[in-house]
Design a protein around this ligand. Structure first.
Ligand code: E4P
Length: 320
């Protein structure tokens, strides 16, 4: 059996890409997108039709170039999501603009707008996860949205405070990042690689999963941001793992067993203590984790950079 099929016995496999054709190849259950992935896909000639249709919707709108650009981007994100949902049986994650990362009201409004567009196109909201950065403001927005059956995927999750606050807010799913934590510690330690046994990104996801299972939180854990197939394999048993097409290809191309790594027994052995966080407690605990502070801030900047590139791409089309 190839290692991708072996992994699927323990974990729901999700494709981490906006590339619809790549998703078709690996038969994942769900798919995740982000502004960087949509930008990469939108620039490809084979998705020109999706770009053109989003453009047509934007051109028909009243308002100035700024409003039309926003309409174009919303339509484009939903157009990719809709195409992906023709292939995957499960859900697609669509990210809100990174500029809204510290704006609870703005995030709620954008999420509602995206869901409105999906529902206009006949997509059930149960099949969509609105992806929001795991800031305090983002987590509050998610708590409100979940009350209206708008399900959320809290992303850019690097630290334990973020994970605890998301679970307490009752969000549907969290995406703790592995690779960016690994990147941080590789740079900090000045090494080329960190062995899997010592990988802080893998350990972070294992701890969050164990915490949720130990204390009965229903929030699903989806490990994200992988740099090596070994990191994926070490998290077999996690609820979901979102994996890039490159690593999906590697896993599908090699045979071998993938034993379950995350188990209730291993979780119990960690002897975790339950904590509760209000805003002050969240900010304090999050702030005490230098890596999480740096990577959350950087993650927001990077998604914003690609969203702005996407906006320039949109402006050129809208103007043309
Ligand atoms: C998925 O939800 C994340 O956006 C993605 O895994 C990030 O991966 P990266 O760290 O390779 O950008």
């Amino acid at each position: 059996m190839n290692r991708l099929d072996a992994l699927k016995r323990h974990t729901t496999v999700v494709a981490d890409t906006g590339d619809v054709e790549a998703i078709r190849e690996f038969a994942p259950q769900d798919a995740t997108t982000n502004p960087s992935l949509i930008l990469k896909a939108a620039e490809q000639e084979r998705y020109r039709d999706l770009v053109d249709r989003s453009l047509a919707a934007a051109r028909g709108r009243a308002g100035g170039e700024r409003e039309r650009t926003e309409v174009f981007l919303d339509e484009l994100f939903v157009a990719f999501g809709r195409e992906i949902l023709r292939i995957v049986p499960g859900r697609v994650s669509t990210e809100v603009d990174a500029r809204l990362s510290f704006d609870t009201e703005g995030t709620v409004a954008k999420a509602r707008r995206l869901i409105e567009l999906y529902e206009r196109d006949g997509v059930d909201r149960e099949r969509v996860l609105i992806k929001i950065a795991s800031t305090w403001e983002g987590i509050r927005a998610a708590a409100l949205l979940e009350q209206h059956r708008i399900h959320c995927n809290l992303t850019l999750l690097f630290g334990f405070a973020q994970a605890v606050a998301c679970a307490e807010a009752g969000v549907t799913l969290v995406s703790p990042f592995v690779g960016r934590i690994y990147d941080y510690w590789r740079a900090a330690r000045g090494v080329d690689d960190i062995p899997l046994d010592d990988d802080p990104g893998v350990a972070s996801v294992a701890r969050i999963w164990s915490y949720y299972k130990t204390f009965g939180y229903r929030t699903e854990v989806m490990g994200a941001s992988f740099r090596k197939a070994g990191q994926v394999v070490r998290l077999a048993g996690c609820d979901l793992l979102t994996i890039s097409p490159q690593l999906l290809t590697e896993l599908a191309g090699s045979d071998g067993d993938v034993p379950r790594a995350l188990t209730p027994d291993a979780a119990a052995a960690l002897r975790l203590e339950r904590i509760s966080l209000d805003e002050k407690g969240f900010r304090w605990l999050h702030n005490s984790d230098e890596m999480a502070v740096a990577k959350l801030a950087e993650g927001i900047r990077l998604f914003d950079r690609d969203a702005r590139k996407l906006e320039r791409f949109a402006r050129e089309r809208v103007a043309g």
